[in-house]
Ligand binder design. Structure first.
Ligand code: UN1
Length: 518
């Protein structure tokens, strides 16, 4: 394992002075009513403060919902193409600020610079895509069973919606939620993760600059248990869209269920790459490295299991272990670094606890396994890319989401067993198969139990024009991105227009065939 060579200061360039950023409520920047703040730190160097932010409580959330509720009527009645124009403008501003935002993202949550640019690009992509919905947002028309009667269904906004977002895609994920919600005519209270408030602040600034009217987007930072739950509890908030851990999602969804509030959850994963007997091993190795250690394994879609046909098992392990050991760990602003820090100390400890669990369960640790604190890594949250071999499908490291650079390699004896092991967790987000056999590929496309399936590509890298989300404990039936993003943020309204001039009774006054209406 090599570490970074240039000094941190040389990579960072000028050191930015950390500033305070408040909440954005009804078009004004304000402090938390309590005056409390919290601090965001650089996980590559915890002595570097990124900024100070409002530690909001229920009162702050209530005034944000007040502002969103006040702004709703005017926003709802703004034609959708005009709402979309603002989103398209935001896409163009994001394009000009892409590098600045990407660098802030690296400093705030640690992903390497290339991936941080990708995160911003994903936001630009969804903005451009969803802006087109301003002139579509199709409903249905259909025949009526009665003469001189018109039947249609149109989409309506929900009202005020609450967005609760994670730190691992701090610009892309809020954008997936925010842009569809806005184009559909909802107003928003946005509560980002406490690990990435500066990225969220930058996104909000972009939308203000693009011309979003006051109150349409409100921004409240702070802890999930106070600020997040206040959003869930406020009766004026009509829907919650949350991405996070299954534990947090279950708590929010449970409460939303009691309150009869719409909730869409995008939660954990235990994604797998399957390697069939005939797979192209060069392709597998590249894909497994990228899927397992991209974003230091901190993607919902990260490859945390690799299920390999025994005929190719040793070959895979030897080559994968050799390449993993060569990955460079360090500050993500250094372009030669492959794997950045994990997001904070608590995550670092939790990842390493899973390594200890794997060892105790009898899995064979072949690469990595350690927290690193040597040299330039001393002040950061660095964990070595880690590979376990001879993992049994029912071990905890093969069942539970680790959310770090740790992957479990599992040997199997047949394609049928491979499919069963792939499907054998509580999650169902992203599964992949490497094969050159078209029959196996189509069988896997049918059999794999997940919202996303890849053939000859790893489990990460979804594009925004297709639905994103999972089944089983990963989600609750909603999908983000693609055309399905609009579904989360609209209600259907069925409308009947009777132009016959008389009372016509559906199911009773049916019109016989061939008879001209009077
Ligand atoms: C996530 O980790 O929640 O498919 C999002 C991917 C990215 C999005 C990941 N486009 O890996």
């Amino acid at each position: 394992m090599s570490t970074m060579t240039p000094s941190l200061e040389a990579i960072k360039g000028k050191t930015e002075q950390p500033q305070f950023h408040g909440n954005y409520i009804g078009g004004s920047w304000v402090k938390a009513q309590s005056g409390q703040t919290f601090t965001s730190y650089n996980p590559a160097n915890l002595t570097e403060v990124i900024g100070h932010f409002a530690a909001s409580s229920k009162e702050d959330v209530t005034s944000a919902v007040d502002a969103a509720a006040t702004a709703y009527s005017a926003w709802k009645h703004t034609p959708a193409p005009s709402r979309a124009d603002i989103i398209l403008k935001a896409a163009h501003i994001l394009e000009t600020r892409k590098e600045e935002l990407a660098r802030i993202m690296v400093r705030e949550m640690g992903k390497v610079i290339k991936e941080a640019r990708g995160d911003v690009q994903e936001a630009i992509d969804i903005a451009k895509y969803i802006a087109g919905e301003g002139r579509r947002m199709f409903g249905h028309t259909c025949p009526s069973e009665l003469p001189a009667k018109f039947a249609m269904a149109v989409r309506q906004p929900l009202g005020v919606v609450g967005l609760i977002t994670p730190w691992n895609f701090p610009v892309a994920i809020p954008s997936w939620k925010m842009f569809p919600a806005l184009v559909a005519g909802n107003t928003i209270v946005f509560k980002p993760a406490t690990d990435t408030p500066l990225c969220a602040f930058m996104l909000v600034e972009t939308l203000i600059e693009a011309g979003l009217p006051p109150g349409v987007l409100n921004f409240v930072t702070g802890d999930g248990r106070t600020a997040g739950m206040a959003l869930v509890e406020d009766p004026r908030v009509r829907a919650i869209s949350v991405t996070g851990s299954t534990e947090v999602g279950r708590r929010i969804a449970g409460r939303c269920g009691e309150l009869m509030k719409r909730v869409s959850c995008e939660l954990g994963g235990k994604n797998a790459i399957c390697v069939a007997e005939d797979a192209d091993m060069d392709l597998v190795i590249e894909g497994a490295l990228w899927g397992s250690f991209g974003t230091a394994g901190q993607r919902c879609t990260a490859t945390s299991r690799i299920i390999v046909h025994r005929a190719r098992y040793q070959e895979f392990l030897d080559r994968f272990a050799e390449r993993t050991a060569k990955l460079t760990l360090g500050n993500g602003l250094n372009p030669s670094v492959d794997v950045g820090p994990v997001v904070n100390k608590a995550q670092l400890q939790s990842i390493n606890e899973y390594v200890q669990i794997g060892i105790a369960e009898g899995a064979r640790l072949v690469v990595g396994g350690n927290i690193r604190q040597d040299g330039e890594l001393a002040a950061g949250c660095f964990h070595e890319p880690t590979v376990f071999a001879d993992v049994k499908p029912d071990m905890r490291i093969a069942q539970e989401e680790i959310f770090g650079p740790v992957t479990a390699v599992i040997p199997v004896d047949s394609f049928a067993e491979m499919m069963a092991v792939a499907n054998g967790t509580q999650y169902g987000l992203s599964l992949s198969l490497y094969t050159r056999d078209v029959n196996l590929a189509f069988t896997a496309m049918e059999e794999l139990e997940s919202g996303i399936v890849y053939i000859n590509a790893p489990t990460i890298g979804a594009e925004i024009q297709l639905p994103f989300g999972g089944i089983k404990q990963t989600g609750n039936g909603h999908r983000e991105a693609g055309i399905t993003a609009i579904e989360q943020f609209t209600e259907w309204k069925a409308i009947y227009i009777d132009y016959s001039g008389r009372l016509q009774k559906a199911q009773i006054d049916t019109q016989p065939a061939g008879k001209k209406p009077e």
